[in-house]
Write a protein that binds this ligand. Sequence first.
Ligand SMILES: *Cc1c(COP(=O)(O)O)cnc(C)c1O
Length: 381
Amino acid sequence: MRRQRKPESSLPRPNYETHRQRPGVHPRHRPLPAGQTDLELAREMGLNESDIVKLASNENPLGISPKARAAIERELNDLALYPDGNGFALKMAIAGKLGVALNQIVLGNGSNDVLELAARAFLKPGASAIYAQHALAVYPLATQAVGATGIEVPARDYGHDLDAMLAAIRDDTGMVFIANPNNPTGTLLSAAALHAFLGAVPEHVAVVLDEAYGEFLEPGDRAPSVAWLAEFPNLIVTRTFSKAYGLAGLRVGYALAQADMADLINRVRQPFNVNSLALTAAAAALDDAAFLARSKQVNDAGMAQLIEGFKALGLAWIPSWGNFVCVQVGDAAAVFQTLLRNGVIVRPVANYGLHGYLRVSIGLPEQNARFLSALQGALGK
Ligand SMILES: *Cc1c(COP(=O)(O)O)cnc(C)c1O
């Protein structure tokens, strides 16, 4: 049986080259190529599935937290029942941890869901949404899905140019998307720059601050975004359990906003948009500080290992604050294919406007070593 594809793709076996060059449609407005499933690739390449190293989707190489696993096992007994449509237990856990009220939380089937719900709540045909060049493809897709117009603002040093984004706001602008750290570039905005931006954005424009990778930051690099909710009625902070918490397969994320804003988003949500296993696992994961700390440790060490490898190979990279890094490899499509043939899956990012780069997710030490050695081979060094 075929495993289900990642949500970032709806295309069977995408051809990475021709697929993004199809005329007439902006490449960002199309689904991304998926990280092929391990099994598919193993079959195609005649490799053992266990020999495949997949560093393509910023997944947690540690797997899931033991506490989340135990919670899932307990929940299995109750799968005949509908989930709690209000997600009370998970909201209590989030509220307790972050000091927000229950009515400030919107739960989603992954934070992708929450991003789309926010777009539905605050955009409409005739409205515009602003996002940066090299930003998550979900932003243009969510914008397009509600018939609104996307405004892509050129990046500055691969990251958000907040001055230019501010200048791009029009009367019809309903929303601005900012990921911090950004994916796929990994760039980080300072709290001061973000705060000044939020202070300057007109109140009728919702600002989505997507903190999918926030848990990988040093505490001193984190913006006090939850505290800012009281100050900015147009701020929506989104977070996910897919990355540092290791629950990508379960699909659960959330948004935080002032109660009125959260209510508007909750109104367009399906009543049971988060399943019971996801709800219970997320609440347990939130409580597993040891696992979160280990995720960050593994990430810090892996990032250092990759950067050392890039230096040794004489390669440039984009400094990243996430659990992935973009490295400049020249003919990225060719290098990607050679890595594939060697059982190493990374992410081509030409469709993000990052020509010549590949994005690699941080893995376990031996996975990072496999990637570096395959990369060295692919580059003929
Ligand atoms: C991975 C990622 C997400 C999380 O997506 P989920 O739907 O929660 O799995 C959100 N935003 C960005 C920028 C991401 O890279």
